[in-house]
Design a protein around this ligand. Structure first.
Ligand SMILES: [Ca+2]
Ligand SMILES: [Ca+2]
Ligand SMILES: [Ca+2]
Ligand SMILES: [Ca+2]
Length: 321
């Protein structure tokens, strides 16, 4: 009997941190240290210790993905983005649910776990796209605003499309269309204000042998790695001013970008003195703008084309005679 007990507890010890591990969705953290796939600095939030990400946990059994998150939040939102498949979104500001000023380069998230001010009933899990759609899940958040919280969520793999790999980023953001104050894994584009372009994700291999079944006997930390994608910015595909020598208008300014960006076209004198913005901060990937030049003096001008997403700039000359 004693031998059996020793053996069975050894067995439990060996198996406990490994998949398949079914998490109790009760708000009590029963993830093991081997399931802490992102351990964030407990004191790196731009918005004080009241809005702080701590640890992201992940594990699974054959049918279900379990995500855990320990954090502190006060009158802000917690968002956990999951990239599970090709496609997805690259700009969370365009979402119809939990829109935030966060963009993504490299991984494109397909699912979002979100809550507002420690209240999961104000959030949930959704599939992302032009329109978001609710995904059925089990989840509990324990804790209240300004104190240590623990969120546990269970999502059936079937509803996630049985991914081989999952890439994650978790953020604390303000209200609708606001930016982020903390992120895990850390990403230097989160600075507490302004927009962020996340290109660092934690990637966890769920089904390494690709047999369509999540892997068993795995410690999730052993199959986790941080992926840093190159930030790719929208570039100019074609830019023209037609005609570029004119006496009367209209003159057509044509701009095509490789992706949607915030475009500005600024007018300068030949000597480089700024006169005005002809096009100011328009979000577009294609524009044909009819430029009225009747109040422009005769002379040579420079038009500078740039986007707020890219430091690159294009210059074109224009002559009014
Ligand atoms: Ca639990
Ligand atoms: Ca943190
Ligand atoms: Ca994706
Ligand atoms: Ca962080």
């Amino acid at each position: 009997m004693r031998k059996f007990l020793v053996l069975s507890s050894l067995f439990t010890l060996l198996l406990y941190p490994e998949t398949f591990h079914s998490i109790q969705i009760d708000g009590e953290n029963d993830f093991s240290p081997d399931e802490a796939v992102v351990i964030d600095d407990a004191n790196d939030s731009y918005w004080s210790s009241q809005n702080e990400l701590d640890t992201l946990f992940l594990t699974w059994n054959a049918e279900t993905l379990f995500i855990g998150c320990s954090y502190t939040l006060n009158n802000n939102a917690l968002l956990i983005f999951l990239d599970t498949e090709t496609g997805g979104i690259d700009n969370a500001n365009g979402l119809d649910w939990y829109p935030r000023d966060v963009r993504f380069s490299g991984a494109k998230p397909d699912f979002l776990v979100a809550l507002w001010n420690c209240d999961l009933s104000l959030g949930g899990v959704r599939k992302l796209g032009e329109n978001t759609s609710p995904v059925s899940y089990r989840g509990i958040n324990s804790g209240g605003p300004g104190e240590k919280n623990f969120l546990e969520v269970a999502i059936p793999f079937e509803l996630l499309g049985n991914p081989q790999k999952i890439s994650l980023t978790a953020l604390i953001c303000g209200g609708d269309y606001a930016g982020a104050g903390d992120v895990m894994p850390d990403d230097p584009s989160v600075r507490g204000s302004g927009n962020a372009i996340i290109n660092i994700f934690r990637e966890i291999t769920i089904d390494g042998d690709g047999d369509g079944v999540p892997d068993s006997l795995i410690a999730p930390v052993d199959v986790s790695k941080t992926e840093e994608y190159k930030v790719s910015f929208p570039e100019f595909k074609s830019v023209s001013i037609r005609p570029d020598i004119a006496r009367t208008g209209p003159v057509t300014i044509h701009v095509e970008l490789t992706d949607t960006a915030t475009l500005t076209v600024a007018l300068f004198t030949e000597e480089g003195r700024f006169l005005k913005n002809v096009i100011e901060g328009v979000r577009t990937d294609f524009i044909e703008y009819s430029w009225d030049i009747h109040d422009l003096d005769k002379g040579i001008y420079i038009l500078k084309f740039y986007t707020s997403e890219n430091r690159g700039m294009l210059k074109k000359a224009f002559v009014r005679y």
